[in-house]
Structures are given as C-alpha cells and as structure tokens.
Design a protein around this ligand. Structure first.
Ligand SMILES: Nc1ncnc2c1ncn2[C@@H]1O[C@H](COP(=O)(O)OP(=O)(O)OP(=O)(O)O)[C@@H](O)[C@H]1O
Ligand SMILES: [Mg+2]
Length: 323
C-alpha cells in the first residue's frame, strides 16, 4: 500500500464517527430464553418477538449514540384460537418492553369490553380514560377486542371507547403499548370496520394451534412446574386422551391440557386418600393411567360431568366439558 493511499484511508476514517457501543442484551436474552424454555412451540411467534426485541435494542443503542431515532410503534394484535398462549405471551412481551426501557413499568392491564364501555351516555369516556391511565407506562391488553364494536346496536358506546383508544395509541405511543387479542376471523371483520385501528397496529401476530406432540410437551412442562409427572402408562393414556379430546367441541389447546391436568390431580388425590397407608414421594407426585382413563372422553368411564345427584355438575357445564 502506498503512503499516499494510506493517508487517504486515514482521512476517510477520521471523517467517520468512530464511537462504538455494545448492545446491552443480557436482560432481554434471558427473557427470550425463558420464553423458549417455558413456552412450547409457537416458533413464528417467538421469531417475531425476537425481532421486535432486537429492533428495540438497536433503537436504544442508536439513541445512546445520538443517532436519529423514532420510537417504533409497537401496538400489536394477537390472533389465535383459545388457549394458544396469547395472554401468556402478552405478559412476556411486557417484560421485554420494560427491560429495553420502552415502557416505564412493564405491567399489564388486561381488560375486555365491559371495562371500557359504559351502559349510559357519558359513562364510556371516563371509564376508558381511567383504564388507559392505569395502563400508561405498560401494556393495555384488550381481550376479544371486537366486542367493542357492535354495529347492530345503533346507540352503542363501544365506538366512543374505540375513538379514545385510537387517540391514546397515537399520542401516547412512546409510553403505552396496546395489544388486542381475539379470534382471527372476528378480528379481521372488526378491522374492516375500523381501518384506523388496523393501521395503528404495527404487528399482527398469528398464534397457531398446537400439534398433539406439542400439547404432550405442554402437559409434561406444566406437570413438572407443579411437581408431578406421568407414569409411563399414564403418558400413553394421555396421548390417547388428547387424540380424542382434540376432536371434541370446545377444545382449547393448552388451556384444555391445563384443565385436564387439574382433573387428573383431583383423581390422584382421591385415589391416594382412599388407598390409605403410608405414601412415598413417588406416590404423591405421580399421575397414574387410571387418572387419565377415568376421563369422559373414553366413553363409559365417566366420573365427572355429573354431580352426586346425577345432574350435570357446574364443572360439566363450563367451556371445557370433557373431563
Ligand atoms: N406454548 C405454551 N407452552 C406452555 N404452556 C402454554 C403455552 N401456551 C399456553 N400455555 C398455557 O395454557 C394456558 C392458556 O394460555 P393463555 O391463557 O395464554 O391462552 P390464550 O390464547 O390467551 O387463551 P384465550 O383465547 O382462551 O384467552 C395457560 O395456563 C398457559 O400457561
Ligand atoms: Mg387469553
């Protein structure tokens, strides 16, 4: 390299801003790792959350170096069937937003239509504003957001709540993240009637249904969290259970799994109390095949869904009727 050329290189280097910064991503990485570890499947959702987290870290670094930054709009919409992890992911998202300093506190205010919309004239605005005020500095999670819009009802106050929300989403977007959640088809229709809302949402994230394999892993994970495990036979029975349960109405993905595990534990407890005698750790922590096979999805062997009187019990009439 000639001396003249190296001088030219040097000058170019001097003209460039040579300051450097290290992305501080330990906290965010830990949260993303936790999400990966604790939440089964959801690959596309995790990928998107990872991208958003990365963008936020880069934005923060740019800000620290005094580069042009525009706080990204982060309002989101989570669509998916019941029990696909939307609420759970919203909580994690709030942690990430807080960790990168996008929101001040990272709390989540979870609401539905009734929390925002009043019954009488003049009631809606203060109600909605109060909720927004509580959510400020964190995340406002609006479940089944489409219920805000009821075109069939001429004097519906939902529209008023939507208008106020829109304003907050625009004006307070550096201190408030709104996440709308609900079923895909209804949400699509809702956005068609409320294009202003649609355009203020930067991330539309679809939560897929879980495969049977994933649901089995969810079960193992939830049991582990609770300090239980399946015996080998119970695990086989549970695979069979899932296959049947997934075909039934009101199947709600991971939520149905969680509910099923609750019932298995009830049955295990009853078995242990009836069995009497001394119990070891293995007795207390294992779910046996009989707990699974007693479920009504196996046909005759129903031990719940009817109360002692033979009448359907309250539990049998919930949205998760298969026990
Ligand atoms: N990917 C997952 N891995 C492990 N557990 C999960 C996963 N997704 C959901 N769960 C568990 O399933 C239950 C239901 O999840 P969550 O409430 O987040 O679903 P949702 O999509 O908000 O459902 P809904 O539409 O009914 O409100 C929770 O107890 C959660 O812990
Ligand atoms: Mg939910």
């Amino acid at each position: 390299m000639s001396t003249a050329q190296s001088h030219a290189d040097q000058e170019r280097t001097d003209a460039r801003d040579e300051r450097r910064i290290t992305l501080e991503n330990d906290g965010v990485r830990q949260i993303l790792e936790k999400v990966n570890r604790e939440l089964v499947g959801l690959a596309p959702v995790k990928a998107r959350i990872g991208q958003i987290a990365a963008l936020l870290m880069v934005e923060r670094a740019r800000h620290e170096l005094g580069l042009t930054t525009e706080p990204p709009t982060l309002h989101m919409c989570f669509t998916g069937n019941p029990g696909t992890g939307k609420t759970t992911m919203a909580l994690r998202m709030a942690e990430i937003l807080h960790e990168v300093g996008y929101v001040r506190s990272g709390h989540v205010i979870s609401v539905t239509r009734d929390d925002l919309v009043g019954q009488y004239i003049g009631h809606t605005a203060p109600k909605t504003k109060e909720v927004i005020k509580r959510a400020m500095g964190g995340v406002l999670f609006i479940d089944e957001a489409y219920y805000l819009y009821r075109p069939e009802n001429e004097r519906d106050y939902g529209q008023e709540a939507i208008e106020i929300l829109l304003q907050a989403m625009e004006n307070d977007r550096d201190d408030l993240v709104v996440i709308l959640a609900g079923y895909k088809d209804r949400m699509d229709r809702f956005f068609q009637s409320n294009p202003g809302l649609h355009s203020r949402i930067a991330h539309h994230i679809a939560f897929p249904d879980y495969s049977a394999d994933e649901l089995r892993t969810v079960a193992d994970l939830l049991l582990e969290e609770q300090g239980y495990h399946f015996t080998d036979d119970a695990r086989k029975a549970f695979a069979d259970y899932l296959q049947r349960r997934m075909q039934q109405p009101h199947f709600s993905n991971a939520r149905s799994v969680r509910n099923a595990l609750d019932r298995f534990r009830l049955r295990q407890a009853l078995r242990l109390t009836q069995q009497g005698g001394s119990l070891g750790v293995e007795d207390l922590t294992s779910i046996d095949a009989q707990e699974v096979l007693a479920s009504s999805v196996f046909g005759e062997n129903t031990d719940s869904g009817t109360g002692p009187s033979g009448q359907p019990s309250p539990q049998g009439s919930t949205t998760d009727p298969a026990s």
